[in-house]
Ligand binder design. Structure first.
Ligand code: G6P
Length: 615
């Protein structure tokens, strides 16, 4: 939520900042801005809209400066307009600041500063922070970094900030609490990059330092990078090597990142299993959780927390873990979990699922459970992300960077890791018989090739999308672990095409949603062969009796549903429990094509952001 980028070195900062902002735009695209410092002159350019709007806005102006900061905003305080765009400036005009997060006590600080003569122009909490730093700097007579430290000490909330000072033209100061910041160290240490994640940095350097909570970094042209904490103690920067590859951040010939990411799933699912599923030995090894294996096997209860698509993956995980490992599982929205005084104790295992590894509510849920002594496992995609670092153990999904705001390959990778986890516990606990375990391992190994076969149905799915692209509503139905897939299918459609869609357990349809069904209403039903097949067929009959239009996801060779449905999309046969890994793919493609046909911006849907770092 909001993207931050900064540069100090010997090159022109503007092209580096602009490119960085384009990489970070998935974090928010309400406004964009940059500030450049050159020969004692601080110039700020910002406007409502996307990074491309900023480019047009500055077109023709001289954008000189080898030190600068840039920001792409997801609006929290105040509407998306030019004035609320970052960077924000102090009254003196000396300081410029960019911020990701929320300053919760900004109103009280604003009131105090107003009494002290400060005038504010925007509705943002960020402007309050830059005025506060400026005020501290002047009243205490301290340098920028000390002013930042003292100011942050009185602030409540979450932040990642970068500040520059016209009076100190050879340095910049960055700090974080709860919102991520990565610092890239260029060759010979002659240039440094700061960003909300590593995507703007990877094309310049692979050496990075992840700033920890409560740390303040000062980078200047003479001393390079120095880090201290909020208590003013020096810290030694821990330099790590980035594993990210540049190609993963490009569209690679696809029209949209979302389409590329949907098509990457055979590879990303394989990568999630690589080195973990061993058919020859008949075992699953999750290296990241080896130390806690016994705890998992003996768990009396597992709680899964996540948000959005990650929560849907958690729901699939519930079916898998209960079925394979016979351990009771509860799945909760992280945001609800943390606000209801949940019963959690030392014996509990919490699985936190998050693509970005930065979702504020998921992080807060983890902290709460940690505080009550529970053991926390993370299932994250972004390597080195905050959640990956605050959990006791975990498994990366290895799906590679996901740029499209609507999550696709991250979901299937999360479900793959949950499947491996459930299989591993089930086998070690003896809850899953040897032959069932081996059959499931074989089926799982075959999933990437089967996903490839589902992707080959794209022309047919595009044809169906064309028929239903103008629908006002859509209903998604499934039973068992196909229910969370129905939820995920409905979420995909509404978030990128803005068509109202609901996911329901198929049997629940008759308790309400059936009232909505008429001849205009597409009903997407996951009706694959398995335990509840006949029951789902009955639900399809109920929809048909009310003239609803059925789009059914069926197992290859099905004839019964074919005779009932308006359209069927066949997916390969697999074990009942693994169907979500296949059935979600046509739903992703259907949403994608409907959204494209409706002229929507699929990679950057309105009002959304990929990484939700506010609560
Ligand atoms: C946002 C994204 C979703 C994502 C959710 C949770 O809403 O748009 O795609 O599922 O956040 O994010 P996380 O990174 O924790 O999985």
């Amino acid at each position: 939520m909001c993207g931050i980028v900064a540069y100090i070195g010997d090159k022109d900062a503007y092209p580096i900042l602009l490119n960085g902002l384009k990489r970070l735009e998935y974090r928010g695209y309400d406004s964009a801005g940059v500030a450049l410092l050159e020969q004692g002159v601080l110039s700020i350019h910002k406007c409502q809209g996307k990074v491309s709007d900023l480019e047009s806005h500055v077109n023709g102006r001289s954008m000189k400066g080898s030190l600068g900061i840039g920001h792409t905003r997801w609006a929290t305080h105040g509407p998306p307009n030019d004035v609320n765009a970052h960077p924000h400036q102090s009254t003196s005009g000396d300081l410029a600041l960019i911020h990701n997060g929320i300053i919760e006590n900004y109103a009280a600080i604003k009131e105090e500063l107003t009494h002290r003569g400060h005038t504010f122009h925007s509705d943002t909490d960020t402007e309050v922070l830059v005025h506060l730093i400026d005020d501290v700097q002047r009243t205490e007579g301290v340098d920028l970094v000390e002013a930042v430290r003292l100011a942050l000490d009185s602030v409540v909330g979450a932040y990642a900030i970068v500040v520059i000072d016209r009076k100190a033209p050879d340095s910049l100061v960055a700090a974080r609490k709860s919102s991520p910041l990565v610092i890239g160290i260029g060759e010979n240490g002659s240039e440094h990059f700061i960003a909300s994640d590593a995507t703007p940095i990877v094309e310049h350097t692979r050496n990075v330092v992840y700033l920890e909570d409560g740390e303040i970094a000062v980078i200047d042209r003479t001393h390079g990078l120095r880090i201290r904490n909020i208590k003013n103690q020096d810290k030694t920067p821990f330099i790590q090597e980035l594993e990210m590859h540049l190609e993963a951040l490009e569209k690679g010939g696809y029209d949209h990142f979302m389409l590329k990411e949907i098509h990457e799933q055979p590879r990303s699912i394989r990568d999630s299993m690589r080195g973990r599923l061993n058919l020859a030995k008949g075992e699953v090894v999750l290296g990241g959780i080896l130390d806690f294996e016994q705890k998992l096997i003996n768990a009396k209860r597992i709680l899964i927390v996540g948000c959005g698509t990650s929560w849907h993956a958690g729901l699939v995980g519930e079916y898998l873990i209960e079925d394979f490992a016979r351990i009771p599982v509860e799945v909760e929205y992280a945001s609800e979990f943390r606000y209801r005084n949940p019963i959690v104790n030392e014996e509990d295992i919490i699985i936190a699922i998050s693509q970005s590894g930065e979702t504020a509510d998921t992080m807060a849920a983890i902290e709460l459970a940690k505080g009550r002594g529970a053991t926390i496992f993370g299932i994250c995609n972004v390597v080195g992300s905050s959640i990956a670092r605050i959990t006791h153990a975990g498994s990366y999904t290895h799906a590679g960077p996901e740029i499209g705001v609507a999550s696709t390959k991250a979901f299937t990778a999360q479900v793959t890791v949950l499947t491996l986890l459930a299989l591993m516990i089930g086998q070690k606990k003896g809850a899953l018989g040897g032959s069932s375990f081996n059959r499931l391992l074989n089926e799982l190994e075959a999933i990437p090739d089967k996903v490839q076969r589902v992707l080959a149905k794209e022309p047919q799915i595009k044809y169906i999308a064309d028929i239903y692209k103008n629908a006002a509503n859509a209903l998604y139905l499934g039973r068992g672990s196909s229910f969370p897939v129905a939820l995920e299918g409905a979420l995909k459609l509404k978030e990128i095409s803005y068509i109202h869609a609901e996911g329901y357990p198929a049997a629940e349809m008759k308790h309400g949603p059936i009232a909505l069904i008429d001849e205009e209403m597409p009903v997407i039903v996951i009706a694959t062969k398995g335990a509840s097949y006949e029951k789902v067929v009955s639900n399809i009959q109920e929809v048909k009796a009310r003239k609803g239009k059925i789009i059914a996801i069926v197992t290859e060779g099905d004839t019964v549903v074919k005779g009932l449905a308006d359209h069927v999309i066949e997916i390969p046969d697999t074990a009942d429990q693994l169907v979500p890994l296949l059935s979600v793919v046509p739903l992703q493609l259907l949403s994608y094509h409907i959204a494209v046909m409706r002229g929507c911006n699929v990679d950057q849907p309105r009002n959304l952001a990929k990484s939700v770092t506010v609560e």
